[in-house]
Design a protein around this ligand. Structure first.
Ligand code: CMC
Length: 429
């Protein structure tokens, strides 16, 4: 079935091809709009209606609350798979068989050392530096140690860069945490699996043997899978945009970390816990904060609520909410923030302001409660998100290069002053 999008402007009729995705999503291909119309562009701040690429990685239906990676529902992947296996799926397109998985895991592990000179860079940061800023800088710094790893000109080159960043990123993430905590830096232990190694890197102290608590391991594995990819979100679009200039994979991922840091995006998981604490310290009056969130003269927003794409429950939030209850139960942790979060959720979900705007809890609403119960400090929450999102960024970067996408370069509508003469300073009023 071929469809055509018709557009009439200044008495002329223009036709544009319509593309239909495998899940029947419809897109009008306006790539020839400027050339056909002699310069007309579309205006779409925040890209709310703009598809920036075609992608075969993740399908998301925000109205129905569906999220699938390479066709597999997120619910199945979170319950039945391990993180590195889903990383392979998302990056290369299929779940690996035993041989493929073992090779991939071995290649990632081969790359789990970072250059010792990175420690000198880390030393230069103040101890109080936010770990996301440190992680972004150290990831960018990898380019200095692997200058020939732009990594996009052949499948082999890409594979080498991909296994390098997957091996090194958790080490840099853990070091950003150790710096913050004033702890000595740990090295990877290749006898552990990917997620156990992350936990060991973060929690091991030199005086004791570290053994991952299975409840913690299971919870972290699930959280990492739930964060793995989310199609063209802010940080992923950043990775694609930076990568489209043929900057290296490491430089592109470093930009993705910076984009993720903001509280409108991944930084919301830290902001949610800070908000819940503020509510508790203020006496626990949830209605007061709901009122503030609705007040257009107040900058306060209900953190962990709302989503650009989900206009129904975020399927990841449903899983995380159940896990939060289970983890707190299993570990015997009583966190007053969970009670406040549930109260806040109930109050918001029965309030016309949130109902009319289709604002539901998102992935970040309950994740912080789990991280906190597992003993992860609040500044590290977004770093955990970044470790989870890394394979998604990689997959999108790889797909962009395999599809030979052009450099990303949006247009604008200029609304500044028209041409004027430059007068010498002595003659300016
Ligand atoms: N609290 C109060 N009002 C809100 C909220 C909120 N959390 N989110 C949206 N609104 C209102 C907004 O003021 C607007 O109202 P009106 O139509 O009267 O102007 C309406 O709902 C639509 O909001 P929007 O800002 O146009 O929606 P958006 O798609 O541009 O923004 C969002 C999406 C996630 C940035 C926003 O919902 C938000 O700021 N949420 C809080 C931060 C957050 O939890 N971020 C994590 C997002 S999910 C994980 C991730 O991306 O990493």
């Amino acid at each position: 079935m071929s469809e055509i999008g018709v557009f009439e402007f200044q008495g002329k009729r223009y036709e544009f091809p319509v593309e239909i995705g495998t899940e029947n999503e419809i897109a009008i291909d306006i790539s020839k709009l400027r050339s056909k119309t002699g310069g007309v562009i579309t205006l779409d701040p925040g890209y709310k209606n703009t598809g920036s690429c075609k992608s075969a990685i993740t399908f998301l239906d925000g109205e129905k609350g569906i999220l699938r990676h390479r066709g597999y529902p997120i619910e199945d992947l979170a319950k039945r798979s391990n993180f590195l296996e889903v990383a392979y799926l998302v990056i290369f397109g299929d779940l690996p068989n035993k041989e493929e998985f073992e090779k991939f895991e071995a290649d990632v592990k081969k790359n789990s050392m970072v250059n010792e000179e990175i420690k000198d860079i880390l030393d230069g940061f103040p101890r109080a530096a936010h770990p996301m800023g440190v992680l972004s800088s150290l990831t960018g710094a990898l380019t200095a140690f692997h200058p020939r790893h732009a990594g996009m000109y052949s499948e082999e080159e890409m594979y080498n860069s991909i296994t390098k960043i997957l091996g090194k990123f958790p080490v840099l993430a853990a070091w950003s945490h150790s710096k913050n905590e004033g702890l000595p830096l740990s090295y990877s232990d290749n006898s552990l699996d990917y997620v156990e190694n992350i936990l060991m890197l973060m929690f091991k102290i030199p005086t004791t043997k570290y053994e991952a608590n299975p409840i913690i391991k299971k919870a972290i594995e699930e959280l990492l899978i739930l964060h793995l990819d989310h199609e063209q979100n802010c940080s992923t679009s950043t990775v694609r945009l930076v990568g489209s200039s043929h900057a290296s994979l490491f430089a592109s991922i470093s930009s993705g970390v910076s984009a993720l840091w903001g509280p409108m995006h991944g930084g919301a998981n830290q902001a949610v816990i800070e908000m819940l604490e503020e509510i508790i310290e203020d006496g626990g009056d949830v209605d007061k904060f709901i009122k503030r969130a609705k007040d257009k003269n107040d900058l306060f927003r209900l953190m962990g609520f709302g989503h650009r794409v989900y206009k129904n429950f975020d399927p990841r939030a449903l899983i995380i909410k159940e896990s939060a209850k289970a983890v707190l139960n299993e570990l015997g942790v009583v966190d007053p923030a969970l009670k406040v979060a549930k109260h806040l959720e109930e109050a918001a979900l029965s309030d016309p302001y949130f109902i009319d705007r289709k604002l539901f809890p998102n992935v970040d609403f309950y994740s912080g409660i789990i991280y906190r119960a597992l003993g992860i400090r609040v500044e590290m929450f977004t770093v955990m998100f970044a470790i989870g999102r890394l394979p998604g960024w990689i997959a999108q970067w790889r797909e962009m290069h395999l599809n030979k996408e052009p450099i990303g370069r949006p247009r604008q509508l200029y609304i500044g002053v028209n041409e004027r003469k430059c007068v010498p300073m002595s003659k300016r009023k």
